[in-house]
Ligand binder design. Structure first.
Ligand code: NAD
Length: 478
């Protein structure tokens, strides 16, 4: 782990084996942080924030630091891709995208570091009044396993740009690219304790981190039930919290769509990263007039997906990240078989790695479990609607509100439907592309707050008002 500028084991000497999900081989052994390790990391981040060295860094210094982190990532691009593929299982082409996007995220926030600004306000009376923005303090950052390195960038980039210090905990399943980043960060001129990376599980290490009262803010990405728990702890301790949680995202296919395009992006929506994406288009709603034709072409094209070890560039879908998650998805496929029609896939094999075929269910109705619950795997539910109103109602008929897609060539329909969808991230005639410049986050049970873009940095800043009396004659109050 990386605590206070040093690479350390857990004081308890406890460790965890890290597997390649495509082969089940142990590829690394990492420290398993206990409460005392996490507390040491928080103490280091606290001391770094409260001390003079980090405070004396200007916005221009922080910009240079972030550009140099991005530079290190680009210099070591191939190594990051290889490690991400081995640890998470995703195909090379997806890992390449993630690593490049992560470097771009650091570059985006490097640029933004020097654009944090205040305002002056016209107030009544003789006061010169202005607002400044300041770093919040020590940020506890907890991330999931589905985009291990990209999530590091989303968390560290804005936090450091704003002048905070950080303790970041990657998922216990996928810590390797975060630890590799720590090695590269150590080569840069960043004060000790500004960035700390601890490896460990949720119940012990994660819990110790969010419950430590010396932190100032929690930034969490993960499941909705974990998010609710973390939100509760944050409220008890009155810590600021941003929560990026799950989704059951609708992709609406109208009969005036370009069919080839809708099939192409519909498959990508459902099966990119083996469906282990918070915005996965796991519910595809298709207008009844084209339902049969869409299903036929969707299934035919799904057959082209090549499942296997992500490190073989021929493979376009990798394994599931872990045995536990593989078992959960398999159970959902059984649920699907009992309530809908299995149109394609459904087979799985965990003899060598955790592989599940792309799986398509048809004749799905809105109240079925596979239409309502987040499966977080390569399982997609195809539903039918007849009118625009029905499509909107079905799209919104979920406790979540993260992503949504529309496929239509009618621009007036786009503007009619968009404002009625209760979700934070929309795509029209494509799906999933994510831009560092744009705000990311959900409505309803998909979370609170926004990451990325200008919005993302606001969550790492306190706002301070300052009022200067311009009339220095005594008032004589009493
Ligand atoms: P998870 O909630 O099980 O774990 C996420 C992280 O939280 C891990 O680092 C874990 O160790 C930690 N954690 C678990 N219990 C904790 C506790 N009690 N206290 C503190 N930390 C704890 O989620 P996961 O299985 O790793 O990831 C999948 C979930 O993440 C999905 O629901 C997915 O939708 C969501 N996700 C959301 C976004 C988004 O931007 N909205 C992005 C990626 C993933």
């Amino acid at each position: 782990m990386y605590i206070n500028g040093a690479f350390v084991d857990s004081v308890s000497k406890k460790t965890r084996n890290i597997l390649n999900p495509a082969t089940k081989e142990v590829i690394a052994t990492v420290p398993e942080a206990q409460i005392e390790d996490v507390n040491a990391a928080v103490d280091a981040a606290r001391a770094a924030f409260d001390g003079e060295e980090w405070k004396s860094k200007t916005a221009q210094d922080r910009q240079k630091i972030l550009f140099s982190i991005a530079g290190k990532i680009r210099e070591n691009f191939e190594a990051f891709v290889k490690l991400e593929v081995e640890n998470n299982g995703k195909p090379i082409r997806e890992a390449e995208f993630d690593i490049d996007d992560a470097a771009s995220c650091f570059e985006f926030y490097a640029g933004l570091a020097t654009k944090i600004h205040g305002e002056t306000m016209s107030v009544p009376g003789n006061s010169f009044s202005y607002v400044t923005r300041e770093a919040i303090g020590v940020c506890a950052q907890i991330i999931p396993w589905n985009f291990p390195f990209l999530m590091c960038a989303w968390k560290l980039g804005p936090a450091i740009a704003a002048g905070n210090t950080v303790v970041l905990k990657p998922s216990e399943v996928t810590p390797l690219t975060a630890l590799f980043l720590a090695q590269l960060i150590d080569e840069l001129d960043i004060p000790k304790g500004v960035i700390n990376i601890v490896t460990g599980d949720g119940p012990i290490a994660g819990n110790a981190l969010i419950s430590n009262t010396k932190i100032d803010k929690i930034a969490f990405t993960g499941g909705t039930s974990t998010g609710k728990y973390i939100g509760k702890i944050a409220a008890e301790n009155l810590k600021k919290a941003t929560l990026e949680l799950g989704g059951k995202n609708p992709v609406v296919i109208f009969d005036d769509c370009k069919m080839d395009l809708a099939i192409d992006w519909g498959l990508f929506a459902a099966f990119a990263n083996s469906g282990q994406v918070c915005t996965a288009g796991s519910r595809i709603l298709i207008q009844d007039t084209i339902y049969d034709e869409f299903v036929k072409q969707f299934v035919a094209r799904a057959k082209n997906i090549k499942v296997g070890d992500g490190s073989d560039a021929e493979n376009t879908m990798g394994p599931i990240v872990s045995q536990a998650h593989f078992d959960k998805i398999k159970a959902y496929i059984e649920v699907g078989k009992s309530e809908a029609t299995l149109a394609f896939g459904g087979n799985s094999d965990d003899s060598k790695g955790f592989f599940i075929e792309p799986t398509i269910f048809t004749n799905v109705t809105p109240n079925m479990r596979i239409a309502r619950e987040e499966i977080f795997g390569p399982v997609v539910a195809l539903l039918k609607f007849s009118t625009e109103e029905e499509a909107i109602a079905m799209a919104n008929d979920t406790e979540y509100g993260l992503g949504y897609g529309l496929f239509t060539q009618d621009v007036t329909r786009v503007h009619r439907v968009m404002p009625k969808i209760r979700a934070g991230i929309g795509w029209v005639n494509f799906y999933h592309p994510t831009f560092n410049e744009m705000p990311w986050g959900g409505y309803k049970q998909s979370g609170t707050g926004r990451e990325l873009g200008l919005y993302g940095i606001e969550n790492y800043l306190e706002v301070k008002q300052v009022n200067i009396n311009l009339d220095t004659d005594p008032v004589g109050w009493y």
